[in-house]
Design a protein around this ligand. Structure first.
Ligand code: GLN
Length: 185
């Protein structure tokens, strides 16, 4: 098992630290040639989705990674990573990789609740801690998308085939189960 982490911007080091603790081999994806290496799963970290989307295009990684995900590469998108996967963004913003039929609202919790921590039920895992940082939530899901978790009635985690998208940051807690779900998909 070898994981690849998109390392253009944002919270990729936190995912690396988690994989180190789990004893999972990983590599960083920073430029086009990295994407041609062999890896079994991809992690798209939190950060700033507009910046990451722009860097994906500029680096030439966009089409290669989109193609791999569409062909069934297991992928975990956390926070901004989820935004990259969504095929619709509210407020008329342009979608990025658009491999997952969900509509996502960015910075959805308003200024008063820029960041918070809670604990909720995650399908197949149980109650887990969830850390949200200027997080999105999922407004609606298309056919074939399974809802994995909600917070206050709002969808915060989904699975679509081998794609998992979560609005929170599992890398900032000690919860490894979402990673295990990715590696076992
Ligand atoms: N607010 C960021 C965005 O819209 C996401 C924040 C995060 O990844 N923690 O891209």
């Amino acid at each position: 098992m070898k994981a690849a982490i998109l390392a253009l911007q944002g919270a990729f080091a936190e995912h690396e630290y988690m994989l180190e603790r789990m004893g999972v081999e990983y590599m960083e994806i920073r430029q086009k040639k990295d994407a041609y290496e062999d890896f079994d799963a991809l992690i798209l970290p939190g950060g700033e989705s507009t910046v990451m989307g722009k860097l994906l295009k500029e680096s030439g990684l966009f089409d290669i990674l989109k193609g791999k995900i569409e062909k069934g590469l297991p992928v975990l998108g956390t926070c901004a990573g989820l935004i990259l996967l969504a095929d619709r963004l509210s407020d008329g913003e342009t979608a990025h990789l658009a491999t997952m039929p969900v509509s996502v609202k960015r910075n959805a919790y308003g200024r008063q609740l820029g960041s918070f921590r809670t604990e909720e039920e995650f399908k197949g895992i149980g109650r887990i801690p969830m850390v949200f940082i200027r997080a999105p939530y999922i407004e609606s899901v298309g056919e074939g998308v399974e809802v994995l978790a909600r917070v206050d009635g709002r969808i915060v985690a989904v699975r679509y085939g081998k794609q998992i998208g979560v609005a929170f940051h599992p890398e900032l807690t000690d919860c490894r189960d979402i990673y295990k779900m990715l590696f076992c998909s």
